[in-house]
Design a protein around this ligand. Sequence first.
Ligand code: AGP
Length: 578
Amino acid sequence: MCGIVGQISNEKFVITDTVNALKRLEYRGYDSVGVATMEGDIYKDIGHISPFMAMLPLVATNAAICHTRWATHGKVTKENAHPHASFDGSIFLVHNGIIENHKELKKKLSISGIEFVSKTDTEVIAHYIAYEIQSGLSIVDAIRSFMGVAQGTFAVLLLHKEEQRIYAFKRDSPLVLGILDDGFIVASDIYAFSDKSPKAVFFDDDEYAIISPDSYEFFSAKGPIQKQVTEVTWTGTVEKDASFEHYMIKEIHEQPAAARRLLASLEGEQSKNMNELATIARSIDRILFVAAGTSYHASLIGVYILNSIGVEAHTLIASEFHNYMLADEHALVIAISQSGETMDVVKAVKHARSKGAKVASIVNVPHSTIQRLSDFSIEILAGQEICVASTKTYTNQVIALLRLAQLMGFETDLSTIPDDISKVIESSEAYVMELARTMKDTHDIYIIGRGISYPVSREVALKLKEISYIHAEGMMGGELKHGTIALIEEGVIVFAFIQGPDYDMLSNIEEVEVRGANVIMIADNPNFSPDFLLSLGTMSAFPIAATIIGQLFSYYIAKEKGLPIDKPRNLAKSVTVK
Ligand code: AGP
């Protein structure tokens, strides 16, 4: 979370150029925004990037850094917004990550008389480095000294006043250098410069770089290092389509095309990788998925299908993976992540590797940290997803898992999925819109499913929480009677997702209806007379199609409520803190 961008060039540029590149990373956080020039001018404010840009003066410079914040330490205030300056005004920096021992470092610096103006963990970096320089170290040695004492995660861009250079260093938080025709952009991820250049150099942990307008040098703790320049290829487009009011609905509608693109690739250029992954999966004792949020829900579907063909598979939310999952050389760990940067997943993957497990990944963002940490990686080719809520990437994650299972013996025809998705959107959108109008004052929604519908219930609940701000619980139909049913009373809405002739789900529906619940049934069995009948070419499309109904509900309820759909409060798309 937090997006950082630095720009440097021989030609002077206006700082709105740099902030424009930052805008492409706004999904990483949008609590506050700020920019600093090498001359020492700092502009910052709370809120989103567009209003900030509108009031920015047209200052020109040869080096600038900027930041969009997702607050961790210190409230959302102007003082806590980045960039932060050192006590002597010589150092300006932006940071993504958390300095875990910031209190300890702050205490030491405060004893030396340094006053802190913010409540952030970041400010300590600026003061520490400036203090070390005043004590006689070169700027590079001061940075190295900081990297030696710092605990936690960081990607930092630093300007030393009047010096035409950007200093960049990182541990665990992502950082990448983009090579432009005239100068460089250094940023949290490749999307900051994907409209300008495909050439990227990825930082590894504990590396730092000195970036000048004409050249760059990379260093590890041992000295200078040579880095590989990667040519990045992009999938899909991110242009706002005037026919859609929000990215979320645009991305929901993109799902048939994204699914088609992935299926073609899994049969084409990614087929070798996919076959290798299936071969490894067959040769080990068990598959362990690791993921967070929506990606975790996709992994539950993977577990369900693989177990159905006798393949031992488990999944766990990444932040607890090291506590509850036995990863060893007999396991294949498959990390699923849209961004490929989720810190909890990165940590779990590093843990699994240290225990001898093989690691594969299913990611959307090419060259992301998780992809680079993996022995094998499948790209889901959904194209950039701008809305904080995952929609099309969930669908493609499920398709990738279905394909893996198919190669391991799961009998299915995946070719009808794109058309199934199109049909579901066409046939249900207007009715969802109508029902959503009646739900705008709803406080609680309970969502139940069994078997392959259980992950759907979890995913739809997540969408309703993050986008519609409705308290929603997604649970196993069988679990309701063990407590949660106490909350069912007259008028409470229950969504029931039913795949196949699941009469146990019908019983669960009866149990809540007799207690006054209004049930909305989404099923593929016409005999059940559901509110939404999913007529699908393949049962494999069910967890995708059913979830899309939920995506549409969360979108249209949020729209009725006038909520900030693409950038919901308190969230960020790329969660790069623990
Ligand atoms: C999805 O709608 C959420 N915004 C969130 O739960 C997300 O799925 C989670 O943070 C994991 O992200 P990743 O797939 O990029 O790892």
